[in-house]
Design a binder for this molecule. Structure first.
Ligand code: ADP
Ligand code: G6P
Length: 465
């Protein structure tokens, strides 16, 4: 402990996943999702430690140094993965916090595993943190960690950031052992959210569940002040800009365009295959536009990149089946040899390929039914140095609060989704450029580094690097 790290990130996943290739060699690949995209550059530049899971069950990998980050793996057995990760985290908390887009499942054995695994993370963090260190705990998989860690190490400054929405009081009240989860979060000195409304929900809950008296953006709990505030997350703008400026990426974008058929307008979706992302609604809207003759497959093509995610969870398997059935139906009905209306890629793509896709597209479709922020929307805007390209954006994303020059839509209403897609396709180039320039200016003044600085400043931590 004495010579531990002065800055420690704790998240369910390490920034890299460990896999074994066909020759038995260890491979480390970037982990999925916005949390890792946002935090990895910050921890790398501050020389801190990262406590998390390698993404593989029953993995006993020891501490390892990768890209300037000290990685401290927390092992999960296959049963932990089943109960804590796929169960309580992704079949209970995730759907509940996303406004019940799918029905949450409540199980006692999952809750117990969640508590046990949270304790393991708290011990690992206590183990690597130096005296008086700052520990930054992340996301819905680790709601109990702040309080557990405080009990183990009262000397630490503890921050917590929730990357997903925080639900209204009446939804949170559904959770079994809800007061314990709330007390878990109150172990932090600072609790950060994507949106001010989420911070308000949290503070109201402290009143409703624990009878505390929040005042302004803080609440006193066990003789400590806990601050709850919004810190909207952002992206690594320099990285995206560098990729977008690279001749290789620009050539790849050009190739994509010509492969799709030079004159066809391109619609693009890039998401983890998750029911919160509105992929199904997007594909359905496009199918209806084709069948009504509002667009034709000679003129418009939809490319949907769907990263495999949480594939052992039933709701995700069912979503995959529904999306693939619908894509097959649309291609069967409206395709010609050589001109399929929907190109569906159930694959992980490199950062370079993603940016090439962003550059190649005419209209980016970001249509979640609910999303804490949505980094894809911001990455698309950051990539468009040419100030061309239109963004169709769901009102139910955190990003919509900052990108209101996008073509905003309510994806729960397929008619409205169709209207927004047609409006984006029909908008004059000058209008699209004006919108894009305004959005670019807005995100450029606030990148992920600044987000982290603001959070750490509020936590009272001297900012590293
Ligand atoms: P979430 O965190 O829910 O997955 P976000 O949009 O906030 O959603 O963040 C997703 C991150 O994952 C972005 O940085 C995006 O570039 C990356 N990503 C999304 N799809 C892919 C893909 N197919 N291959 C590689 N990275 C992806
Ligand atoms: C979202 C969550 C992250 C999570 C990521 C990928 O970004 O907020 O906590 O890591 O999705 O999901 P996975 O289940 O693969 O870690």
């Amino acid at each position: 402990m004495a010579d531990g790290y002065s800055f420690v990130v704790v998240a369910n996943r390490l920034p890299v996943d460990r896999t074994t290739d066909e020759h038995g060699e260890t491979q480390w690949t970037r982990s999925p999702g916005g949390l890792v995209s946002a935090l990895e550059p910050i921890v790398r530049s501050s020389g801190g430690a990262w406590v998390g899971w390698t993404g593989a069950p029953d993995d006993d990998t020891g501490p390892v140094q990768i890209d300037g980050i000290h990685l401290r793996p927390v092992p999960l057995s296959a049963e932990d993965v089943d109960r804590y990760y796929e169960g309580q985290s992704n079949s209970t908390v995730w759907p509940l916090f996303h406004d019940l887009v799918e029905q949450p499942v409540y199980r006692r054995d999952w809750r117990q595993a969640y508590e046990e695994v949270n304790r393991r993370f708290a011990h690992a963090a206590a183990d690597v943190a130096a005296e008086g260190a700052s520990v930054w705990v992340h996301d819905y998989q680790l709601l109990l960690v702040p309080a557990m860690l405080r009990r183990l190490r009262p000397d630490l400054r503890i921050g917590f950031f929730l990357h997903i929405p925080f639900p209204p009081v009446e939804l949170f009240m559904q959770l079994p052992r809800r007061a314990e989860l709330l007390r878990g979060l109150l172990g932090a000195d600072l609790v950060g959210f994507q949106r001010p409304l989420a911070a308000q929900n949290f503070l109201q809950l402290t009143d409703r569940l624990l009878g505390l008296r929040p005042s302004g953006d803080s609440v006193v709990y066990e003789d400590r002040t806990v601050v709850a505030r919004a810190f909207p997350i952002s992206i690594d703008i320099t990285e995206i800009d560098r990729l977008a400026a690279s001749p290789e990426v620009q050539e790849a974008a050009g190739r994509l365009r010509s492969e799709l058929g030079g004159d066809r307008r391109m619609l693009l979706g890039v998401d983890r295959l998750d029911y919160t992302k509105g992929i199904e609604q997007r594909v359905e809207a496009f199918g209806e536009l084709l069948s009504e003759g509002a667009v034709s497959s000679d003129e418009v093509v939809l490319v949907q990149v769907a990263t495999p995610s949480r594939m052992r969870v039933a709701q995700y398997q069912q979503l995959r089946e529904r999306v693939e059935r619908e894509v097959g139906r649309i291609n069967g009905e409206f395709g010609e040899v050589g001109t399929m209306p929907v190109h569906y890629l159930f694959q992980n793509r490199s950062r370079e390929e993603l940016v090439a896709l962003y550059l190649a597209t005419d209209v980016m479709l970001v249509t979640p039914l609910r999303d804490g922020m949505n980094l894809v929307a911001k990455e698309f805007v950051a990539a468009r140095r040419d100030a061309l390209g239109a963004l169709v954006l769901s009102e139910f994303t955190g990003a919509a609060a900052e990108l209101d020059e996008a073509f905003l839509t309510n994806p729960h209403d397929v008619e409205d989704l169709k209207r927004a897609i047609l409006a984006a396709l029909a908008s004059p180039p000058a209008d699209r450029t004006t919108r894009m320039r305004t959005m670019r200016a807005r995100i450029q003044s606030h990148d992920v580094d600044q987000w982290a600085r603001e959070f750490l400043d509020a936590l009272g931590v001297p900012v590293h690097q």
